[in-house]
Design a protein around this ligand. Structure first.
Ligand SMILES: Cc1ncc(COP(=O)(O)O)c(C=O)c1O
Length: 412
């Protein structure tokens, strides 16, 4: 990352400042407001209550920013999203930034073999497992490295969903089959029975709490339902996670127990069984993180598009715009025009592949060639659309940083 100035503001930029800073840039481009990002980072560390945050790389997808954040006190280690990404990070970032936990299982035998053949990477990376099938794949790869090959570090993924009525109601994500403490203990025993594997941690991510806003505008009934579900799920996890960790620790000592995400830092850190948090989205603070009661981050990531036509009074059309977030498809996954204020997407068209109409009073004040600023619904996915992030402090661009895509990587 190239930056010109040691000045380190923690104030978010205004849109006037963003406009001045980026006057020389040609849309489409993406911006990260470093003042907002630093303020968000400080608040996340405070909310983590003294436990380290393992940085979710998928939520930044920009290596220089990942490195910068990891040099901040309060952060330790990377929560990577694919094994090829983890291998790349292990080879290109300093060991002092901490170990790398791949949060999702890898079923690619060749990449697992690559890990087992690279002693340095194997010392820093842990892969995820939730079943004997995973252990079989990892063991087969480890064995190809020969008798003197490294042990492969393994973490168990404990399901954090809430199951009610004997499992007939499932609230949360469909991830790991490992739900009961006894099942976690049994899989831990299966790991330690394999000399080529080393059990190092337990992870469990409560997406139905950490990634679901509890203060959404709209239906009060829906809000009450979300809060009730989150209360029940928090109680369930506090007991079940502690029991599962005990069951695993009876089998092997653990280096870490990872849990939580941006939306649950304070609740998850208060669980004694959890040693570290996993989070990242709160740094860019995309729109899906706008409506939580526990915190209000500053928007720190934007993209700008150009007005290219004027289809009707009170309408303008910008070039591009379909930078849509993953998850259950719906309006909340669309990008949002945020400046100038008073523009919105057109319901029948949404955000288009090559152009996006916008409607609202502000449209009549815009000319061809003017810009509209947007926010993405999610954090790191923005980086799959651009090669670089322009880094802004106040009214100046102070540097730029390549995204994963800009470094030639499209991991997912
Ligand atoms: C395993 C895991 N941990 C933590 C998180 C939280 O990440 P973030 O705070 O970036 O949303 C996620 C998000 O999906 C996750 O999958």
């Amino acid at each position: 990352m190239t930056t010109e100035t040691p000045r380190k503001t923690t104030s978010p930029a205004t849109f006037d400042q963003l406009e001045r800073a980026t006057a020389g840039l040609r849309p489409p481009f993406a911006v990260v407001d470093l003042g907002a990002l630093r303020a968000n980072s400080e608040r996340m560390v405070a909310r983590a209550g003294g436990k380290p945050i393992r940085l979710a790389s998928k939520s930044l997808r920009c290596r220089p920013l990942i490195e910068d954040v990891l040099r901040t006190p309060g952060y330790q280690g990377i929560l990577a999203f694919t094994l090829p990404e983890a291998l790349w990070l292990a080879r290109t970032t300093d060991d002092s930034l901490g170990d790398i936990l791949v949060a999702y299982p890898c079923a690619d035998a060749a990449t697992l073999r690559e890990l087992a053949a690279d002693e340095r990477a194997a010392a820093r990376i842990a892969v995820m497992a939730d079943s004997v099938e995973h252990l079989d794949l990892i063991t087969a790869a480890a064995e190809t490295a020969g008798a003197n090959g490294p042990q492969v570090r393994v973490c168990l993924d404990l399901d954090a969903s809430l199951r009610l009525l004997g499992g007939r109601i499932h609230l949360g994500m469909r991830r790991s089959p490992l739900h009961d403490p006894a099942a976690a203990g049994a899989l831990a025993r299966a790991v330690v029975a394999r000399p080529r594997l080393r059990l190092v941690g337990v992870m469990s991510y409560e997406g139905q709490i950490a990634g679901l806003a509890d203060n959404q505008p709209g239906s009060p009934l829906m809000r009450a339902g979300v809060r009730l579900m989150q209360r029940l799920s928090t109680q369930d996890l506090r007991i079940r996670r502690a029991a599962a960790v005990r069951a695993v620790q009876d089998v092997a000592p653990l280096e870490f127990v990872n849990g939580g995400g941006t939306g649950s830092l304070e609740a998850t850190s208060s669980e004694a069984a959890v040693t570290e948090l996993g989070a990242g989205s709160g740094l860019y603070a995309p729109r899906l993180f706008d409506h939580y009661r526990a915190f209000t981050p500053y928007p720190a990531a934007y993209f700008a598009l150009t007005v290219t036509r004027r289809p009707a009074p009170r309408h303008v059309t910008v070039l591009g715009g379909g930078w849509i977030a993953s998850g259950p498809a719906g309006p909340d996954r669309l990008p949002t025009p945020v400046f100038p204020p008073g523009l919105r997407l057109v319901g029948t068209e949404g955000a288009g592949e090559v152009q996006t109409p916008l409607v609202g009073d502000a449209a009549d004040g815009l000319r061809l060639g003017d810009r509209v600023w947007f926010r993405h619904a999610k954090a790191g996915e923005l980086c799959e659309r651009v090669d670089r992030l322009h880094l802004v402090e106040g009214d100046r661009v102070v540097g730029e940083a390549p995204t994963y895509r800009g470094e030639g990587h499209a991991f997912l």
